[in-house]
Design a protein around this ligand. Structure first.
Ligand SMILES: *Cc1c(COP(=O)(O)O)cnc(C)c1O
Length: 426
């Protein structure tokens, strides 16, 4: 084994250090494996209930009327996440698009959107109009309020109460930390927040940005009162096989509006050819629970490995997980580049390229990204990225297999050590 890792660029010392860390993680790994087993059963039950057969994998083109594979997949998503309806489409191009559809379909001029969990994900700033953009919600007369989290990362209920008014129509709750170093919320915490919001205003629509959270726990935000959950298929629920797509699951009334917004008023869910993507969408969803647990093991390994070397990691080495993201605060741009180099070197695709910071559309700071993915930009595949700004944190996520995630983490450490930016304990 040591020789094999040596061939891939991992020194015997780094490999040995990794094995030492892994010896203490057996119990943690068994816990996350049990969650995957439960979620695998959940997905299988939904597939069996909806009588999946080979005819559902056929490609449709043009308008896509009577696309039985597409319609059945949406029932499977709805059954798995315990919602009335689901919109699962390749025409939803990414997570930001899915969130934009859910927001713009359900907010009308004069309405107000509330984020009770602080600043939203970077790309949503332009969607909402926090940073000016053409076609933002703000341009269409939708206002926005934000209640920041308390210093300890918990909900500021007083601030939230002060934000809710007669215009408040919808709350957007981001489950995952995104590019921030606040904690990710558990589904239970999200349920408490939703209950509080509904106690202030019973008809407030609660939408959860579920990106990176799917299948990390045995329940989803839709099990604790969320009216809509929204995510990307090139993250968790696509299982690494979906080459594009997004989903919105929730109450029929709201999902219908999303379908009208995505296609056109009057057309809604009836149109939208599947373009031959059904095999990937079905099989990807089937694989998603085990892919997610591979990514989780990578995140837990990285937290333990880097924390013991003195780096701040979020979540820390012992916390339970609510998404697949692992932040490692590296303290400098040079260390971010070295870390990303290691992840890139481990990839099955583009392992020979050097990642560099660049001004990516939708993001305020320069961003560095390491990804050697089969699907461009897929972050359920092993990837690392982060904005070049203090505390110079790299957000590490994904890994279609645990062994690949392990190699990536060992190589990231190798690169830091080679650059003199980290040192193994003596
Ligand atoms: C990934 C992500 C999004 C959407 O990003 P896309 O790159 O457009 O898919 C939104 N919110 C969070 C928390 C995310 O992690």
């Amino acid at each position: 084994m040591k020789q094999m890792y040596d061939k891939l660029g991992v020194s015997a010392e780094v490999y040995g250090y990794g094995e030492q860390i892994l010896r203490d993680l057996k119990e943690r790994f068994a816990e996350v494996d049990a969650v995957a087993e439960y979620n695998q059963a959940k997905v299988l039950a939904a597939m069996q209930k909806n009588r999946v057969g080979a005819s559902y994998f056929a490609a449709t083109t043009g308008y896509g009327y009577d696309d039985v594979g597409r319609d059945n997949l949406e029932r499977i998503y709805a059954d798995t996440f315990h919602t009335e309806a689901a919109l699962v489409r390749p025409q939803i191009t990414c997570g930001t698009h899915a969130l934009t559809v859910a927001l713009s379909a359900n907010l009308l001029p004069g309405d107000e959107l509330l984020s009770p969990v602080g600043a939203p994900y970077d790309t949503l700033e332009e969607v909402i109009g926090i940073r000016p953009s053409t076609c933002s919600l703000k341009e269409y007369g939708v206002s926005y309020r934000q209640a920041d989290l308390k210093a300890d990362g918990t909900f500021d209920y007083d601030a939230i109460r002060a934000c809710v008014n007669e215009k408040t129509k919808m709350a957007t709750i981001q489950r995952s930390k995104g590019y921030a170093t606040r904690p990710t919320f558990s589904v239970k915490q999200i349920g408490e927040l939703i209950a509080f919001l509904k106690s202030l205003k019973p008809d407030i629509i609660c939408m959860v940005d579920n990106c990176y959270g799917e299948f990390v726990e045995t329940i989803e935000p839709s099990d604790v009162g969320a009216d809509m959950i929204v995510g990307s298929l090139i993250k968790n629920p696509g299982g690494g096989l979906a080459p594009i797509g997004g989903y919105i699951c929730g109450k029929k009334e709201y999902v219908n509006r999303c379908a009208f917004r995505l296609s056109a008023p009057g057309l809604g869910q009836e149109v939208g050819a599947n373009l031959g993507l059904m095999p990937a969408f079905y099989q990807g969803f089937f694989l998603a629970p085990t892919v997610v647990v591979s990514a989780l093991k990578g995140a837990i390994f990285a937290a333990n490995l880097y924390e013991r070397l003195g780096f701040r990691v979020v979540p820390n080495s012992i916390e339970t997980r609510h998404d697949i993201i692992q932040a490692v605060e590296l303290g400098s741009e040079a260390a971010m580049i070295a870390f990303c180099k290691g992840i890139q070197m481990a990839a099955p695709v583009d392992s020979y390229v050097d990642p560099l910071p660049w001004a990516m559309p939708g993001y305020e700071n320069e961003v560095i990204m390491a990804a050697g993915a089969f699907v461009q930009g897929s972050s359920i595949e092993l990837s690392a990225d982060g904005p070049i700004r203090p505390p110079y944190a790299v957000y590490f996520q994904g890994g279609l297999t645990w062994y690949h995630a392990k190699l990536g983490i060992l190589l990231s450490l190798q690169k830091l050590i080679d650059a003199g930016l980290a040192k193994l304990p003596s």
